[in-house]
Design a protein around this ligand. Structure first.
Ligand code: SAM
Length: 227
């Protein structure tokens, strides 16, 4: 039973991804290399769940020149910290302040990396508001509750790129109709707002499909095919 349920989940996820490609077809900006989702066994995927920040960090830093990135709904700020370590100007925007974690795992070599108590990332302890986008080039929302539509709107208003990994539909200004996935609803909304949207997937368990509109981000010249 469990096996069948997982199988159905994978098929459902693949169908959703195809639907997102269909919704965003024609809006996609040329030149950005997208990872084709490699299928991992569910045990490996579960293990990767805690690496979502590392995976997104790698995806961005391998493709784009450093810029000013907002980690909206960033929680403990590990994603912002990793971006900062790579020379990006990163800020957490989250009404609830949390300290950085004490450590994280470098998934490329399995080593545990300590974060010194003296380390910090800039933090705006407020709910995200559109106007904040004026200080950023890229708005990132990793499972950022209640911020997805606002990120899409703010990116249009202030000419920023965005990358969102939506999860639950909480406190958003609109909701999908029955039979439409939240990601499909958001992809359609972003395309109608004029964004060049690309769906992409990172190899972690859970809500791992992202929507990116990164035409304003500067591509690294000769960035090859990366995962
Ligand atoms: C599910 S957690 C995700 C945290 C982190 N990005 C992650 O992937 O683990 C959602 C985060 O969104 C924050 N949040 C909720 N409403 C928000 C808002 N209006 N603006 C910014 N952050 C918000 C919460 O405080 C929480 O840290």
């Amino acid at each position: 039973m469990m096996h069948m349920a997982r199988h159905r989940e994978t098929e459902g996820s693949q169908a959703l991804f195809r639907s997102l490609q269909h919704i965003t077809a024609g809006s996609t900006a040329a030149g950005v290399d997208l990872p084709s989702p490699t299928v991992q066994r569910s045990k490996e995927l579960r293990k990767m769940k805690k690496f979502r920040f590392q995976l997104l960090h790698r995806w961005l830093t391998e493709r784009f020149e450093p810029c000013r990135v907002a980690d909206i709904g960033g929680g403990k700020g590990l994603f912002a910290f990793l971006m900062q370590q790579s020379g990006w100007d990163a800020t957490v925007i989250d009404p609830i302040y949390q300290d950085l974690p004490h450590k994280y795992k470098d998934f490329t070599n399995g080593r545990r990396v300590k974060i010194a108590p003296t380390e910090s990332v800039p933090h705006i302890n407020q709910a995200f508001m559109s106007i904040m986008a004026q200080d950023f080039d890229l708005l990132v929302g990793m499972h950022a509750h209640g911020c997805n539509a606002a990120i899409i709107d703010a990116a249009v208003e202030f000419g920023c790129g965005f990358v969102i990994f939506p999860c639950c539909v909480i406190d958003e200004p609109f909701y999908p109709v029955i039979g439409v996935d939240w990601l499909e609803c958001l992809a359609d909304y972003a395309v109608r707002q004029g964004h060049h949207v690309m769906p992409f997937r990172l190899n972690f368990k859970g809500q791992n499909i992202g929507l990116a509109a990164v035409e304003n981000c500067q591509l690294i010249l000769n960035a090859g095919s990366k995962s």
